[in-house]
Design a protein around this ligand. Structure first.
Ligand SMILES: Nc1ncnc2c1ncn2[C@@H]1O[C@H](COP(=O)(O)OP(=O)(O)OP(=O)(O)O)[C@@H](O)[C@H]1O
Ligand SMILES: [Mg+2]
Length: 277
């Protein structure tokens, strides 16, 4: 009983801190069966995606007509200069934001035709989102942060905790499960955020610079985790990175340049040119 209350408290805490657009692909619990299998048939198709930001009198066009197909089971790296719109694009793919125009089809469904509830549901069920900033809830411990997506699905606390601890062990954080975010280093916070993105066994992983705050060895281990989820479990993975080493490990590399996507097969080679940012 007390355990159940604790989990409900976590969900409330998340709502307070994040509002509707929060981290970890959460969704309101509408009493679904807790262990619904996640399908692995989700591909992403973006066509002529545009995004315009308006701040006061200034409007800026960031995405000018992005066409990008991410077939099911792809492991894709997106590169591009700082400020070119990579996170903007990923937020659209991850149903965190809406485009100003164009079509985004995920798993055969046009996303813009979905209600907000359907988008939240889709996000929680299918997508593991690793934000550029880790967005952990400051008053929740590492394991509680990781368990959040399961809390939203209505899992019992004890089971959610066990899974959270297992996932933390997979990112090398088994000794820090009770730590609060401000008791963790930046790289450790990022690993907790990665564990949170993976705990719901998403069909699609969208990771915005997941290794940016990590040392070379930890970065390699985290990429190894994505690669094995992709190769062994068929998870579709999209990774934004500035790091050519990371991009080289992905099957396919594209660049976002002047608001459009360019294929960059040459970036897969060690001699590839790098961003100057
Ligand atoms: N909510 C917003 N409102 C207005 N402008 C925004 C907003 N979010 C992003 N921008 C602008 O859109 C542009 C693209 O931002 P975005 O975060 O997508 O870049 P990025 O490619 O991810 O950069 P980085 O590599 O530095 O993370 C930037 O010029 C930024 O100022
Ligand atoms: Mg970014």
């Amino acid at each position: 009983m007390a355990m159940g209350r604790r989990l409900a408290g976590m969900v409330q805490e998340a709502r307070r801190s994040f509002g509707a657009a929060g981290g970890g692909g959460e969704v309101e619990n509408r009493s679904q069966p807790p262990d619904l299998p996640t399908e692995h048939d989700l591909s992403i198709a973006l066509t002529a995606i545009r995004k315009r930001y308006v701040v006061g009198p200034v409007s800026t066009d960031i995405l000018h007509g992005v066409n990008l197909e991410v077939p099911r089971g792809d492991l894709l790296a997106i590169m591009g200069a700082s400020g070119c719109g990579k996170s903007t694009l990923m937020n659209i793919m991850g149903l965190m934001d809406r485009p100003s125009g164009g079509s985004c089809v995920i798993g055969g469904r046009e996303v813009s035709a979905m209600t907000d509830d359907e988008r939240s549901e889709h996000r929680n069920r299918s997508i593991g989102f690793v934000f550029q900033s880790s967005f952990l809830l400051p008053r929740l411990s590492a394991w509680e942060n990781v368990a959040l997506p399961l809390a939203y699905r209505g899992h019992a606390t004890a089971a959610a905790r066990l899974k959270a601890e297992e996932m933390l062990a997979r990112v090398g954080m088994e000794a820090r499960t009770e730590h609060l975010p401000n008791q963790l280093s930046g790289g450790q916070q990022q690993r907790v955020a990665i564990a949170r993105a993976l705990i719901g066994r998403p069909s699609i992983i969208l990771a915005d610079e997941p290794t940016g705050a990590l040392d070379a060895q930890t970065a390699e281990e985290i990429m190894g985790l994505f690669i094995s989820l992709n190769a062994d479990d068929g998870v579709t993975a999209v990774v934004i990175t500035h790091d050519a080493q990371v991009a080289r490990q992905c099957g396919r590399v594209v660049r976002l340049v002047d608001g459009v996507i360019l294929e960059s097969p040459e970036l897969s080679s060690p001699a590839a040119p790098r961003d100057a940012d």
